[in-house]
Design a protein around this ligand. Structure first.
Ligand code: M6R
Length: 609
């Protein structure tokens, strides 16, 4: 996730671009920059940090000109710094980019052999070099962009400004959003509607594999192969505040819906279904370390701790290595025993959670190999560990973690497959099936999310209860814990997650008509046993909300609310069963009118003890 803004028109544009970028700050805010054409030159200003730093720099040294491109960055390749901030300027060509170029390492090697010199660690600069090289050959900016895009694999929305054709900007899109807007004698492009809503309501959304040239008179859109595209503009009636959330009422709901794409971004370029393998250079762990591991210790807090619990099941099942999950706050305090053959895996969305960071430092004192699974690039935890596996979920604004949980799951699953393949505990055939299953998860997630309306109805009926119980077995036990945490943190309703097998050791005493019980029971090896638990709940008058796999007959005729997920490999069910639970919590909280995105007493990043 990053934000792009372009302007071509008669007005001085740097403040227009800056103001528009501010509306996109939710897409990234670790560095920013702007490039404006003036008197035969492209002048660039870039700063590390939030957009106000760019604003200060522009106040001190204003940029003149009325054609420009701007960017607010969420780092994916290369730490947040001024050098890595966009635009990247190569031979009078400035480029901004939102997305991930998968084959950037290969392209960089090739360009370096030809003498290219790089001034950043980004994948985007490689694209700028490709375009500059092609433009020198063809003499035409659009052809150069097109030719370069044929060489890259991955996701992109880009904008390209050149001193050679200063009256226009070339933009293109593949799997990252880009919208064009036409004003009075001026034209805009941006990553999202709110950026340009102040100037125009008539917008055109680019489709995958499209390229457009924009100038003050408007734009011309083509397919990458040169076929012209005709598309009518859409009139946008959103209020500016609504628009920042992409039309969703809260960031949490938006982030719930972003999960299919977020998981795609985590998995993208790291796995090969053909070979049934995960690339070691993209997972933060080398083959030798994978072979040496005798025990995996996963350390995390909150939702990340629940992802780690699922990770333990996967690592033990697929890689046959003992795995332990530690709450960071407990681990760091108790003086744990660390073996040099341990692999320490710290799981953290923010990469800044103090307890997790301190726990990693404790673990590292024992010379064990360490790996961070983090979302925020170059944050404190991945800077401390030996390797890092970034989830690439984009910024998560809602305090309740949703897309970062499922992307952590995807990362942990890839880690388990990687370890299993290196250690020969997972056959190629089985790995191929599992990775194929993982590739299909984003589409299955999209299917699950279509039950939203029904879940909203169920939430409304249950919002007045003061306690909930969540039950699951096997892979669904950590999901029960996560479902309970989501509900309590945003709706302030007391909720407990329990291993269903523990019911008879205590919690069964709680069950009566005033206790809704959410039972997570996809079709897996524990299904028959959890049906027994469900019967026990119903026999005591409990109200059950059941998350199960579609096509089931055993539950027919029972007095339950049933929410279905599509069939998928048993191991991957956590990536689907959690979605209805996130929606349930969201709608209960929304119905109660709590502050969903910033619940009381909570902070997004916990950097205190
Ligand atoms: O940034 P981290 O993943 O290290 O954060 C850990 C917890 O603070 C976090 O998961 C918290 O539990 C979430 N608010 C839960 O939704």
């Amino acid at each position: 996730m990053c934000g792009i803004v372009c302007y071509v028109g008669p007005k001085p544009c740097s403040n227009i671009i800056l103001d528009s970028l501010k509306k996109l700050e939710y897409r990234g805010y670790d560095s920013a920059g702007i490039a404006v054409y003036h008197n035969g030159e492209i002048n660039v200003t870039r700063t590390e940090g939030k957009l106000n730093r760019l604003g200060e720099a522009l106040t001190q040294a204003p940029l003149d000109g009325s054609v420009g491109i701007g960017h607010t960055r969420w780092a994916t390749h290369g730490k947040p710094s001024e050098a890595n901030a966009h635009p990247h300027l190569v031979d009078h060509i400035a480029v901004v980019h939102n997305g991930i170029l998968e084959n950037h390492l290969e392209l960089k090697r090739e360009l370096a052999q030809e003498g290219a010199v790089f001034s950043s660690e980004t994948d985007t600069e490689i694209l700028a070099h490709l375009i500059a090289r092609a433009r020198a050959e063809t003499g035409d900016l659009k052809s150069a962009v097109r030719q370069s895009l044929y060489q890259v694999q991955g996701s992109y929305a880009i904008a390209v400004l050149s001193t050679h054709e200063p009256e226009r900007i070339v933009v293109a899109k593949n799997a990252s959003p880009l919208v064009l807007g036409r004003g009075e004698g001026e034209t805009f492009a941006a990553s999202d509607i709110p950026a340009i809503l102040e100037y125009t309501r008539e917008m055109i959304f680019l489709d995958e594999g499209e390229i457009a040239t924009i100038d003050a008179e408007g734009f011309a859109i083509e397919k990458l192969n040169g076929d012209p595209v005709r598309r009518e503009p859409k009139t946008i009636n959103w209020s500016p505040v609504q628009a920042e959330k992409g039309g969703f009422k809260h960031f949490m709901l938006k982030e719930i819906h972003e999960q299919p794409l977020a998981v795609e971004n985590t998995v993208r370029s790291r796995i090969s279904v053909e070979t049934g393998d995960v690339a070691s250079e993209r997972i933060g762990l080398d083959d030798a370390s994978a072979l040496r591991v005798r025990r995996v210790v996963l350390i995390a807090c909150g939702t990340s701790h629940h992802a780690a619990l699922v990770g333990k099941y996967w690592i033990e099942a697929l890689a046959q290595v003992p795995a332990e999950v530690e709450l960071a706050s407990e681990y760091r305090a108790r003086g744990p025993l660390v073996d040099p053959n341990d692999l320490i895996v710290a799981v953290s969305q923010s990469g800044e959670t103090l307890d997790t960071l301190e726990a990693v430092k404790v673990a590292k004192s024992g010379s064990a190999r360490s790996l961070a699974i983090a979302n925020v690039l170059d944050s404190a935890i991945p800077r401390t560990t030996d390797g890092a596996l970034y989830t690439h979920a984009g910024p998560e604004i809602g305090v309740a973690s949703t897309k970062c949980f499922t992307t952590q799951l995807a990362a942990l699953f890839m880690l388990a497959v990687f370890l299993g393949r290196r250690r020969n505990t997972l056959s190629q055939d089985r790995a191929q099936k599992l990775l194929r299953g993982l590739m299909e998860i984003p589409n299955l997630m999209r299917e699950v999310l279509t039950v939203e309306k029904r879940i909203a109805g169920i939430a409304r009926q249950h919002a007045q209860f003061s306690d909930f119980l969540f039950l699951g077995r096997s892979y669904s036990f950590p999901i029960a814990l996560e479902g309970a945490l989501k509900l309590k943190e945003i709706s302030y309703i007391h909720a407990e997650g329990y291993a269903a097998g523990e019911m008879k050791h205590g919690p069964i005493a709680l069950i009566d008509k005033n206790l809704p019980v959410v039972v997570i029971m996809p079709h897996d090896g524990s299904f028959d046993r959890i049906v027994g638990n469900l019967q026990e709940v119903l026999a005591r008058g409990g109200k059950a909300i059941v998350i199960t796999t579609s096509g089931d007959k055993v539950l027919d005729g029972l007095d339950i609310e049933r929410i279905e997920i599509p069939p998928c490999p048993v191991e991957l069910t956590p990536l689907l069963t959690v979605l209805p639970l996130q929606l349930l919590s969201y709608y209960v909280a929304d119905f109660k009118g709590t502050d969903v995105d910033q619940p009381r007493n909570l902070a997004k990043t916990v950097t205190v003890e």
